[in-house]
Ligand binder design. Structure first.
Ligand code: ZN
Length: 306
């Protein structure tokens, strides 16, 4: 089974702090890397963590508040300076394409690699990427400007063959694909050998949802139902519930209530307002509604498991 992890590159809201960069995270599925948001400072922390940036093939930008994408043009430029050849797929709000082009044109840069832009919209959940092993669905969020979250689903894995048993029952090689897909085997004498005797059940597919930034938005719970891990913004605590509402952000308690409604397995909290020194208070507030809750740290890697 491929290792499926998320590494936090930035978890501060709006402005960076001494220990937290602006929003960005790297999802790794085996050797495939996906970058979600790219706040200022993302390149530096990627370098510090010795993450090979050439393995990143897809970048997803949630929305056009600067703390979520001001690092993108720097990364695009570095790939060019390093002579990248493989294409990069960038997903984001339609205006992002112009923003990138204006910056490249101003420096008369023609990229060394193809940059394929995919426009996202934020009205309904939509399948936006499928590489055969994973799918990515955009999720509308509720924020001051059009914003999407992203849900990454592992595709169901095929059943694995019990070689000793298939030999014993004389299953021909040509039938193995059907066995992996769950079919029973009927031998020459017409005896049915149930599939479960010949194969092993695969691990259930894993999934991860990235939801930053958003106000309380209940439909989200339905779209990410049963998710293995949820990252939800928790910019404020209940003491600033009014600010959260005005700025269309969430409190730690609201994030936990969404996690609870969605029945996710684990909740990661991030996108913290720089005003909070003691984040254990946010954790305690969230734990009144959901467990387990993790206060993320920049540079930390979290494994996505069921
Ligand atoms: Zn924002």
């Amino acid at each position: 089974m491929k290792k499926f992890t998320i590494t936090i590159l930035g978890s501060s809201a709006a402005i960076p702090t001494a220990t937290r960069n602006l929003s960005a995270q790297l999802v790794a599925y085996g050797e495939q890397y996906f970058l979600f948001d790219c706040g200022e400072g993302t390149q530096m922390i990627l370098k510090q963590l010795r993450i090979k940036i050439n393995k990143i093939g897809h970048v997803f930008i949630s929305h056009l508040h600067g703390d979520h994408y001001y690092g993108l043009i720097g990364l695009i430029s570095t790939w060019h300076l390093l002579g990248r050849k493989t294409a990069i797929d960038v997903y984001g709000p339609p205006e992002l394409q112009n923003i990138i082009e204006i910056q490249l044109n101003a420096s008369m840069t023609t990229l060394s690699y193809p940059l394929i832009f995919h426009s996202t919209q934020s009205e309904t959940p939509r399948l936006i990427a499928d590489n055969g092993r994973l799918t990515v669905t955009s999720l509308p969020l509720k924020h001051r400007i059009p914003t999407t979250g992203f849900l990454i689903n592992e595709k169901p894995l095929p059943r694995s063959i019990r070689r000793a048993e298939t030999d014993r029952y004389g299953v021909p090689f040509i039938f193995m694909e059907k066995l992996r897909a769950g079919e029973d085997f009927v031998d020459e004498d017409g005896n049915t050998i149930p599939n479960h005797l010949l194969t092993i059940e695969p691990a259930p597919p894993r999934s991860y949802a990235y939801c930053s930034d958003t106000a309380w938005y209940e439909p989200l719970a339905k779209w990410i139902q049963g998710c293995s891990m949820l990252y939800h913004e928790a910019t404020f605590m209940n003491d600033k519930a009014k600010s959260a509402e005005e700025k269309m952000h969430s409190t730690a308690a609201q994030a936990a209530q969404i996690a609870s409604l969605a029945g996710v397995r684990k909740l990661l909290l991030g996108h913290f307002s720089a005003r909070y020194d003691d984040l254990s208070l946010l954790q305690a507030e969230a734990e009144e509604f959901f467990n387990p809750v993790v206060i993320v740290e920049d540079g930390e890697t979290y494994e996505i498991v069921n």
